[in-house]
Every structure is written in C-alpha cells, then in structure tokens.
Design a protein around this ligand. Structure first.
Ligand SMILES: Nc1ncnc2c1ncn2[C@@H]1O[C@H](COP(=O)(O)OP(=O)(O)O)[C@@H](O)[C@H]1O
Ligand SMILES: [Mg+2]
Length: 277
C-alpha cells in the first residue's frame, strides 16, 4: 500500500520567499474576569500563494483566534502576521472571510445578500451584479436568486455566504469551519464544490476545520494544532491527485493520511481508544 511520506519540517514552514501569509511566533492570552486564558502559544506557519491549507485541531485549540488574528480582527499578545509583505495591524479588508454561521440578512434575497459586499466597498453596482449572478450560478444556486434565507437550506445559505466573500475577487480567503453546521451529505457535496471553485481561481485559502477527512480531502497541506494553548506541531503535505473525487476517500492513500493525523491526535491525548476510568 502506498504510504504518505513522513512529515518534514519544510511542510510546516515552506520557502518563505513564496509566502503570502507569514505567521511568526504568535501568542494570544485572553484576559477574562476569571483569569488569563492562554489560547495560542508560539504559532509559526507559512502559507504559500495559491495554496489550500487547513488548520485542523480540536475544539478550543485556538483555530478561530488564529484566523481572526490573521484577518486583523483580533490583536495578538506577541508575534506578527505578515500578509504580502505588510504587517497585519488593522482589519484586512482585501480578504474574503466565511464564518461558521452564514450571517445573512433575513429581509434580503440571495443576490441582495451577496451584493452587501459591493455596497460595503462601493463597487460599481452593475459590474458587481454581473459577478454576483455568475458566482451564484457557479455554486449551484441558479433559480434561487430571489429567495430569502429562510427559503434556503443550511447548505444553500452557506453558499450565499461564500459568494458574498468572493464578490470582490479576493486573493486570500479565510474560512472558519464554514461547513460545521451542515449534515454529513451536504458537507461532502460542499467539499467537492469548494474544491472546484478553488481550482477555477488562483486563490490562497486558509480553511479551519476539526474534521480530519475534510482537511485531507480539500488541502494541499494540513497544519495540525495541539490542544490548548494551541500551536502548530505537524505540517502534512497531501499529495493526492486533483480533482479529488468522493471515491478518493476510499483510497488507501487517503486512509493513510487520515490515520497519520489521527495518530498525532492520539499521541496528544485528543483522541483515545479506552473509556475514561
Ligand atoms: N473573546 C474571548 N475571551 C476569552 N476567551 C476566549 C475568547 N475567544 C476565545 N477564547 C478562548 O480561547 C480558546 C481558543 O478559542 P477558539 O479560538 O475559539 O478555539 P477554536 O476555534 O479552536 O474552537 C478557548 O479556550 C476559548 O474559550
Ligand atoms: Mg472556532
């Protein structure tokens, strides 16, 4: 059986000259009423231009915190994030961001929600509407342009949120567990569709998930985070041919990547075989 090659340090921090996002020694401590919460401990990673990279880790390990710091939506306690050579010191409006919940306006239809992005940025309405219509078709929502969010399924609502995040054609898209609330079948379909969408552009994607198969299916590289306080301690290049198909999940190579990651989690006590005493 073909086995993936062992993780190499270069899979954690590839050649920095090709970096679009550099994360250098990021730590984050939240001050709360009940004391300090160490959310991130010395996170280092490099994301190359055009890569699809997943941040994979257990709940509470600091994935959302790290993504928010990359986006300039939260400050770090120490360390730096550099995007395209510029230190992140304020919200990065050039990015596309998709959150776990689609956050749609109930009184607006599909196109109206996608167009929010154009209104917020002052993009020419006619040009934006053309792009919005194209994106809506690309994600399989043709015929649903005039539906309100309450008339759409959870998966469709998340597709609307993805279109909104892509409307201004960002080079970098940050996605925080965008499919976490979806049923398993819809999630599989969203994975397939997202892969095709990504293949059409030249976008860098940082994708947060706690699903091992989702991370392996989508990614060029999976960065595995330790339990809280989070740090990235394994980088795994996923050398599976693209486009990956649903059946790719049945392949021995796919299973080998998943088990390599699962073993890393077992070693750290995130997963265990035995019941608690
Ligand atoms: N605004 C906040 N104030 C205080 N603690 C927070 C805040 N946001 C997150 N945390 C804590 O930081 C840790 C990491 O949280 P988070 O980044 O949301 O993890 P993940 O996204 O991996 O589930 C958790 O212990 C969480 O309780
Ligand atoms: Mg989170």
């Amino acid at each position: 059986m073909a086995r993936p090659s062992p993780a190499r340090p270069a899979d954690l921090n590839p050649d920095r000259s090709l970096a679009t996002i550099e994360v250098n020694g990021i730590t984050k401590t939240y001050r709360t009423r009940t004391g300090a919460v160490n959310a991130l401990a010395e996170v280092d990673c490099t994301i190359k231009r055009g890569e699809f990279v997943s941040l994979l880790g257990p709940s509470g390990c600091g994935k959302s915190t790290l993504l928010r710091i990359m986006a300039g939506l939260s400050s770090s306690s120490s360390g730096s994030v550099i995007i395209d050579g510029n230190p992140v010191i304020r919200p990065q409006t050039q990015l596309g961001i998709v959150f776990q919940s689609p956050v749609l306006l109930e009184w607006r239809d599909t196109l109206g929600n996608v167009m929010l992005q154009a209104e917020a940025r002052g993009i020419d309405r006619r040009v934006a509407l053309e792009t919005a219509n194209r994106l809506v078709k690309q994600v399989g929502l043709a015929g649903f342009e005039r539906k309100r969010p309450s008339e759409l399924s959870g998966g469709m609502q998340q597709r609307v949120a993805i279109c909104r995040a892509l409307l201004h054609d960002p080079d970098i898209v940050l996605m925080d567990e965008p499919f976490g609330a979806l049923d398993a079948l819809t999630r599989d379909q969203m994975n397939v569709d997202l892969q095709h969408l990504w293949a059409q552009g030249e976008k860098t994607v940082v994708f947060v998930t706690h699903s091992i198969p989702e991370a392996v299916f989508l990614s060029d590289r999976v960065l595995v985070m330790s339990p809280s306080p989070g740090r990235i301690d394994l980088g795994l290049r996923i050398d599976l041919e693209r486009p990956r198909r649903l059946a790719t999940r049945d392949s021995p190579q796919f299973a080998a990547y998943c088990s390599q990651i699962r073993n890393a989690f077992t070693k750290r006590g995130v997963l265990r075989e035995e019941p608690l005493a």
